[in-house]
Structure formats: structure tokens, C-alpha cells
Design a protein around this ligand. Structure first.
Ligand code: NCD
Ligand code: ZN
Length: 361
């Protein structure tokens, strides 16, 4: 047994599904899954129902999180095409602004250039503009970032050309960071015959060459992030499966397995799950907050071990080396030996989102 302590880990891209889709996940079940996965802080996406696009909605969600969450939670706000940019007033209390340029689950898609220009012009920061933008849309966002002097964070990069373009932008001094998900690092289109709709997400799985390009550009990847996007098994196996797969409980075990296989060092892992996420999104570093892992534990991922409400993972059956044994948050043991010990509401809401600044209530 080799037990190692990692500093508090941060997942910068999760969908906790509340409000509106709590049959898939909610702020309690999702943050319990986070702790079980060794993650003590999550940044939650705004594509809920209704979507989080104004100070009133941000405050309402912050209150729900304050009552239910067991990990710390920061909230993204979503960009809309509105002329009066209601999301902009949320800026001081949001992790960042999420812009959906490409098609995915939810109603927040931005399709026109004038709307995109307005968003890049109006967002005051300090959080970055986080985009789902692939291919030509990514090139457009990189250009807008420079033209409007913004800071861009590219979500779930999945294609060789996209990571190459980001590497080029960085080498030319672009204010750009990016994240890559475990499913794009460990799965490819070759897994689709086996996975069916359980392998369907946006961006879709790439070719083995895309996956290899991501690993080859490890230096260019600032964060690992799950894009934890739970849907029920019935929804995934139904007529029109929604895109998205859960990931909170499997990311760290998969990455620890890569460490075991010497494809990654523990320092590179900690940089991408702690230091870089904290710096890019301004997440406060908490004292006495850490995750203990057993680097030697061998087991196979199984749906029965999951706390996420959706109850399945595309990684079921994968052999793993590395287990989360304990999570400590501000001196309290919140997860130990497979059990969540934290009480609902013990997680903090970040960025002062509980303050009423700009909210009308
Ligand atoms: C996400 C979801 O289900 O909310 N789905 C996905 O395939 N990634 C939406 C998103 O992150 O784009
Ligand atoms: Zn997402």
C-alpha cells in the first residue's frame, strides 16, 4: 500500500443538473459523487432548466448549493443573445461565463456572429469566457479573444486540429487555457460498437489519432476536467439519447492508472487538477484540504460502486490501479473508505455568489 496526499482537487467542468433535471443528478448527489472521486471543489455549468443567466437565478442556485452541497461549488453563468446581457451583472460572483457555440444538451446555444461579438465585448471578468467551440468555431473564438482582449478557456478539447490550434495560439501569446476530459483521453470511436449511446457526448469521441494528439500535447493542457454530464440509463437507451456521460468518480482513478503506467507524473496530475484550475478560475486554496490516494490498489470499475444518481459509467469494466481513500475539507474528513461523511450544506459556495449583488430579491 502506498498512500499519498494530494492537495484539494478541483474539477472545473461539471453539470450538477439543478434546477430542472434533478432526476439525473442534484447538488447533493453530484457533490457526494465528487468527494467519492477525490474532488473537493467543482465548478458547475449553467445549462439547467431554467438556465442560469441572471443575478436572480445565480443567487437562487447559490442558496440551493449552500443548503445541499457537500463539496465546495463555484457557479458558471451562461451567455445569452440578449441585447442587455443579463449575465454580465453576475460576473463578480461567477466562476466564468459559459458560451455554447456548438450544439449540445440544453437551450443556451449562441449561433450568430453579432451575438458572439456582443458577448466578448460585454463580459467584464474576472472569470474567463469558457467556450464549447470546436473546429472553425474555435478559430473564431480565438480571434474574438484577441480582438476584445478577453481571457478564453476552451472546454473539453477533443480533436488533433483543435489542440494544435490552441498550442499555436499559446505560442503567440494568446490569453488562452484549455481542459481535456478523461473520456477523450481514454476512449475513442473504436469503443462505440461496445458502448453504443453510453459513448455519445459532445464533443463526440475522436479517432485514436485525435486521442494520441491530446497525450502528445500534454504541456498544452492546463486542466483535466470531467464534463460530468449525467443522464439516466433510460434516457441514454431511449429513442433520442442526449449527449453526455458522468465522470466525477472515475477521473482520478483513470489518471492514477496512467501515472502507474508512466504516461503521466503525479506532479503533472496535481498541476492540472489543483494549481492550474485554482489560478485560472481564482478558486481559493483552502488550508487542511487534501485527498489521500492508495497508488497500489487494484480493482475494476463497476456501476455498483457509483454515487452519481445516474448509476452508470462508460468506464465500467476498466481495470484500475489507484483508489481514493480519504478526502479532508478544512480539517474535516468528508470521505473515507467508500463513505461520504460530510453533512448536506457543509460545502461552500465560492465567489461570494450568496451575496445579493445585482439580484433583485
Ligand atoms: C453536456 C450536458 O449533458 O449537459 N453534454 C455533453 O455531451 N457534454 C453539455 C455540454 O457540456 O456541452
Ligand atoms: Zn459540459
Amino acid at each position: 500500500m502506498t498512500r499519498v496526499r494530494l492537495p484539494g482537487l478541483i474539477d472545473v467542468h461539471v453539470h450538477l443538473r439543478e434546477p430542472g433535471f434533478t432526476h439525473k443528478e442534484d447538488l447533493a448527489s453530484g457533490t457526494r459523487a465528487a468527494l467519492a472521486g477525490g474532488i473537493s471543489t467543482v465548478l458547475d455549468m449553467p445549462n439547467t432548466s431554467p438556465p442560469i443567466t441572471s443575478p436572480d437565478m445565480l443567487l437562487a442556485k447559490a442558496r440551493l448549493a449552500a443548503a445541499k452541497a457537500v463539496s465546495d461549488v463555484g457557479l458558471f453563468v451562461g451567455a445569452t443573445a440578449d441585447i442587455d446581457a443579463p449575465y454580465a451583472a453576475c460576473a463578480p460572483h461567477a466562476a466564468g461565463l459559459k458560451v455554447y457555440v456548438n450544439e449540445t444538451f440544453g437551450s443556451l446555444r449562441i449561433e450568430s456572429l453579432p451575438a458572439l461579438m456582443r458577448i466578448f465585448q460585454r463580459w467584464p471578468g474576472p472569470g474567463p469566457i469558457a467556450v464549447h467551440a470546436e473546429g472553425v468555431a474555435l478559430a473564431a473564438c480565438l480571434a474574438l479573444t484577441r480582438l476584445y482582449d478577453q481571457r478564453l478557456h476552451v472546454c473539453h478539447v477533443a480533436r488533433a486540429a483543435d489542440i494544435q490550434l490552441i498550442a499555436r495560439a499559446k505560442s503567440r501569446g494568446g490569453q488562452v487555457t484549455c481542459e481535456v476530459t478523461p473520456h477523450h483521453l481514454f476512449l475513442t470511436q473504436d469503443d462505440l460498437p461496445r458502448l453504443g449511446a453510453l459513448g455519445y457526448m459532445r464533443p463526440t469521441l475522436g479517432t485514436p489519432a485525435d486521442r494520441d494528439a491530446l497525450w502528445e500535447h500534454l504541456d498544452c493542457i492546463d486542466c483535466f476536467a470531467t464534463d460530468h454530464a449525467p443522464h439516466t440509463l433510460a434516457e441514454k437507451q431511449g429513442e433520442n439519447p442526449p449527449p453526455g456521460v458522468p465522470g466525477l468518480e472515475t477521473m482520478l482513478p483513470l489518471l492514477l492508472t496512467a501515472v502507474h503506467e508512466r504516461r503521466l507524473t503525479l506532479d503533472q496530475l496535481v498541476e492540472r487538477l489543483h494549481y492550474n484550475p485554482a489560478r485560472i478560475f481564482g478558486v481559493p486554496i483552502e488550508a487542511e484540504t487534501w485527498t489521500e490516494v492508495d497508488l497500489d490498489a487494484r480493482y475494476t470499475i463497476d456501476n455498483s460502486m457509483l454515487l452519481t444518481r445516474c448509476g452508470w459509467t462508460p468506464f465500467a469494466g476498466m481495470p484500475i490501479v489507484g483508489r481514493v481513500t480519504r478526502v479532508v475539507l478544512r480539517g474535516q474528513t468528508v470521505f473515507e473508505d467508500g463513505r461520504v461523511l460530510a453533512l448536506p450544506g457543509s460545502g461552500r459556495v465560492l465567489f461570494g455568489a450568496l451575496e445579493e449583488c445585482g439580484a433583485s430579491a
